[in-house]
Design a protein around this ligand. Structure first.
Ligand code: KG4
Ligand code: ZN
Length: 344
């Protein structure tokens, strides 16, 4: 993507009407953005469908998207009171990767069908770029910015100089942060998705009772979560009577602590004007609080989007799509999904 000539802030492009469609994993999410405001949105969750399996079952996820996508789109448009979408839409943005192939296919097919029927340009969006731009729906972002993207499939630190001008600073060498939350939740017999469950349980736990390792130390911005997960497993084997609340709180402290340590290290290495967090794990209250404290100390602006903009949603895809569209990017109608798409 060509970079925009925006001086020093990332602001949502006004005067655009964009429909965003997101089906990369287990949420069927659609939103309509008009002049930078979310005028309609629908997120259909599949948590109950996957709960018994302890994780997302790809085949079930794609079938459910196929059932719900048209309702999600029509309810979004209805909510926005848009009578003739084809007259007002500038673009239809859709996630084409990374994610589950069957799930991505449902969203991309729906977006293509609407693009043809309404004669509105199609804009393929990287899911992680969506998480990165979610913050722009909340406030303008001072550049250069350090972005921590933490979801069920990714954990990365990205240097953002301008839209489309990204540098990968470091990321997980094994499990993603969200994956670690989900796996540890499973060890504790909690429901999927595990992140919110661990957070809920941690409120009545004492994190100081157990010390779990904080992943990779040293000067690298890479992270690791599989050792932490294994430590929790070993601890539970040795201490079957341990309070689940304390284990959850201690795990959360270690997982969040290791993320915040890496943000602190990145701020020491390079001067940034803001820190943005995005992705489902960015909905975690402890992470949000610790990033704010760190940024206050470092004199850097913390951009902590509302929780519903951190977890998967259609608005973030519309926002990233809007940036792509105004920088001259339009996808062909034979756009392919790319389950292993890399942002940088
Ligand atoms: O970004 P997201 O909604 O979907 C993916 O792109 O993967 O992230 C989902 C991940 C799941 O692993 C979920 O357990 C985690 O985000 N998550 C949380 C919280 N809410 C969601 N992790 C920790 N604390 C939370 N409050
Ligand atoms: Zn996501």
């Amino acid at each position: 993507m060509r970079s925009l000539e925006i001086a020093d802030e990332l602001d949502f492009p006004k005067n655009l009407c964009v429909l965003g469609i997101e089906t990369s994993c287990d949420e069927t999410a659609v939103a309509l953005l008009k002049d930078g405001v979310i005028v309609g949105e629908k997120v259909m969750f599949q948590n109950d469908l996957h709960a018994d399996f302890g994780g997302v079952v790809p085949e079930l996820a794609s079938r459910q998207h196929a059932r719900t996508i048209s309702d999600a789109i029509s309810q979004t448009i209805e909510q926005s009171n848009t009578k003739e979408p084809e007259q007002v839409l500038d673009a239809i943005a859709v996630t084409y990767g990374p994610g589950l192939a069957g799930s991505l296919m449902v969203g991309v097919s729906a977006a293509k069908a609407l693009s043809v029927a309404w004669d509105v340009p199609l804009v393929g969006v990287d899911h992680m770029e969506g998480h990165l731009f979610a913050g722009t729906l909340f406030r303008s972002i001072k550049l250069p910015s350090l972005t921590l993207l933490v979801s069920g499939g990714h954990s990365q630190l990205i240097d953002v100089q301008a839209p489309g001008v990204y540098k990968y600073l470091g990321g997980t060498l094994d499990d993603a942060a969200g994956e670690a939350f989900d796996k540890v939740a499973r060890l504790l017999g909690l429901r999927f998705p595990g992140g919110p469950e661990i957070e809920r349980l941690s409120h009545s736990g004492d994190a100081s009772k157990i010390t779990f390792p904080r992943g990779l130390k040293g000067n690298s911005l890479d992270m690791s979560f599989s050792g932490l997960k294994t430590s929790v497993l070993r601890y539970l084997e040795k201490n079957p009577e341990a309070r689940a609340e304390d284990v959850a709180a201690a795990f959360q402290e270690a997982a969040v602590g290791s993320l915040v340590d890496k943000v602190a290290l990145a701020l020491k290495k390079t001067r940034y004007r803001s820190v943005v967090i995005g992705g489902g794990v960015a909905a975690n209250s402890l992470l949000r609080a610790k990033v704010v404290t760190l940024c206050n100390k470092a004199g850097v602006e913390a951009v902590i989007p509302p929780k519903n903009l951190c977890t998967d949603n259609g608005a973030m895809i519309a926002a990233a799509g809007a940036y792509r569209f105004i920088s001259g990017f339009v996808s062909p109608l034979d756009l392919s999904i790319n389950p292993s798409l890399n942002l940088v």
